[in-house]
Design a protein around this ligand. Structure first.
Ligand SMILES: *[C@@H]1O[C@H](CO)[C@@H](O)[C@H](O)[C@H]1NC(C)=O
Ligand SMILES: *[C@@H]1O[C@H](CO)[C@@H](O)[C@H](O)[C@H]1NC(C)=O
Ligand SMILES: *[C@@H]1O[C@H](CO)[C@@H](O)[C@H](O)[C@H]1NC(C)=O
Ligand SMILES: *[C@@H]1O[C@H](CO)[C@@H](O)[C@H](O)[C@H]1NC(C)=O
Ligand SMILES: *[C@@H]1O[C@H](CO)[C@@H](O)[C@H](O)[C@H]1NC(C)=O
Ligand SMILES: *[C@@H]1O[C@H](CO)[C@@H](O)[C@H](O)[C@H]1NC(C)=O
Length: 373
């Protein structure tokens, strides 16, 4: 049960100071409190939003009221009394910025469904989706104007988990919305999936103008583990709320099943996954077994198995990955906190997307100790 929280809390860092945690806590709670013992900056960026979800899940699981009230207050501080999300620009379209909508919806739901400020803020984000710039075939742009006509796997997690959760609460019979959500996954599948390996490249450009875009598919050249991790989690999370009677449900189940198969094949003997996952890069100089992607895959498998979306036969894959996380990626510091190592700070399609150029970034950034910097 510690996986979801540990994973989510580990994916992100942000800069609030908390007492040092006690090392006898379960990993998820220990890690969550370790994050908070470092200096934390409260904001609505997706990195902080994902961290808050990890903290909130650890808090709920272990009934850690200090942790829960920290998280609830952090999210509340992002929305003014009249429902304005602080710092939000209603005409700036960056799909990463929808991610905070999940935190708002979580506290709207868990705190009695009567907060009009949360409802107003979430509805404003939802209405923005109706105005979102889209590709000719209806895909939501990753960001306007810098990533016009592009869809990235990361964006599917940031945008579609919010769109689906909002729809499940406020418009459960809006079939147009449900179909639109499934369509976002369809487009990524059509352009990014390698049907042999069952893995997906980082994103695609429908206009094929990006320097990295494949002339036929528009796809990026490489399979990046964290992007695939976001996508795997997006499938598992959206399927939690997607109506089973709609055709989109069966399609999303199929996408999840194929990816689960591909990831199992791509798992390294150590239990982890390579940062750059496509052949021939696993094992190559400069590439390495990366911790955030490994944590996301472990989470996706365990959540998928626990909710009946994935077969029990994947459990060994997940537990092996979890074992590696505890053994190699988590460091117990002398002051009683935990650190998370062997991850990459960022991976983007703002370069030519090649292994060589991306690699320079890795040399500079990895391994990053996610210690609140
Ligand atoms: C605990 O030690 C780690 C590693 O040196 C450091 O990054 C962190 O800031 C320390 N935390 C506290 C609360 O002193
Ligand atoms: C809502 O509150 C914010 C922050 O207090 C303020 O800037 C904004 O003008 C208010 N908006 C409306 C419509 O009253
Ligand atoms: C909001 O975003 C739009 C589009 O990027 C930009 O033109 C505008 O200046 C932004 N407004 C503010 C107040 O930052
Ligand atoms: C909202 O609901 C919660 C939980 O049911 C309750 O404690 C709280 O007083 C309610 N708040 C308002 C403003 O009605
Ligand atoms: C249903 O969803 C569509 C697509 O997102 C949206 O345009 C429409 O306004 C929604 N309808 C209702 C009744 O909320
Ligand atoms: C798809 O994956 C297979 C197996 O890893 C690989 O041989 C092939 O080159 C990949 N196709 C593309 C278009 O990258």
């Amino acid at each position: 049960m510690h996986i979801p929280v540990l994973t989510l809390a580990l994916l992100a860092y942000s800069t609030v100071t908390f007492a040092a945690p006690k090392p006898d806590q379960p990993y998820s709670q220990w890690m969550a409190n370790s994050f908070l013992s470092k200096s934390q900056k409260i904001n609505q960026h997706y990195v902080a939003s994902v961290l808050y979800e990890g903290l909130q899940r650890a808090a709920s699981l272990h009934q850690d009221s200090a942790l829960l009230s920290f998280t609830s207050n952090a999210v509340s501080s992002l929305v003014s009394a009249n429902g304005t999300l602080l710092g939000w620009n209603s005409t700036y379209y960056s799909i990463d910025d929808l991610r905070v909508g999940n935190n708002i919806l979580h506290f709207w739901n868990s705190e009695g469904r009567n907060s009009s400020k949360y409802e107003t803020a979430a509805t404003a984000l939802r209405k923005q989706i109706d105005r979102w710039p889209r590709t000719p075939t209806g895909g939501m742009w990753h960001r306007d104007p810098v990533y016009k006509n592009q869809m990235w796997l990361d964006g599917i997690y940031m945008g579609q988990t919010f769109y689906a959760t909002y729809t499940s609460y406020f418009e459960p019979s809006n079939t147009t919305a449900w179909n639109d959500i499934a369509h976002q996954f369809d487009l990524v599948e059509q352009h990014c999936r390698n049907v042999t390996s069952n893995l997906l490249v980082h994103g695609y450009d429908e206009s094929k103008k990006a320097v990295w875009a494949d002339p036929v598919t528009g796809g990026a050249p490489h399979v990046w583990d964290r992007a695939v991790g976001w996508y795997f989690m997006a499938l598992v999370e959206v399927l939690q709320v997607y109506p089973k009677e709609l055709p989109g449900y069966v399609k999303l189940r199929g996408y999840l099943a194929a990816l689960a198969e591909g990831l199992q094949k791509a798992q390294d003997a150590s239990g982890g996954w390579w940062l750059v996952m496509d052949e021939p890069y696993p094992g190559m100089e400069g590439n390495y077994i990366e911790s955030s992607g490994t944590a996301m895959f472990a989470y996706g498998y365990l959540k998928g198995i626990g909710t009946g979306l994935l077969e029990e036969r994947y459990r060994a894959t997940a537990t092996k990955a979890y074992g590696l996380m505890i053994e190699r990626f988590v460091t117990r510091e002398a002051n009683g906190t935990l650190s998370w190592e062997r991850t990459v700070e960022v991976g983007s399609l703002n370069t030519d997307g090649s292994y060589e150029v991306s690699n320079l970034l890795l040399l500079v950034c990895a391994p990053v100790l996610m210690n609140g910097t």
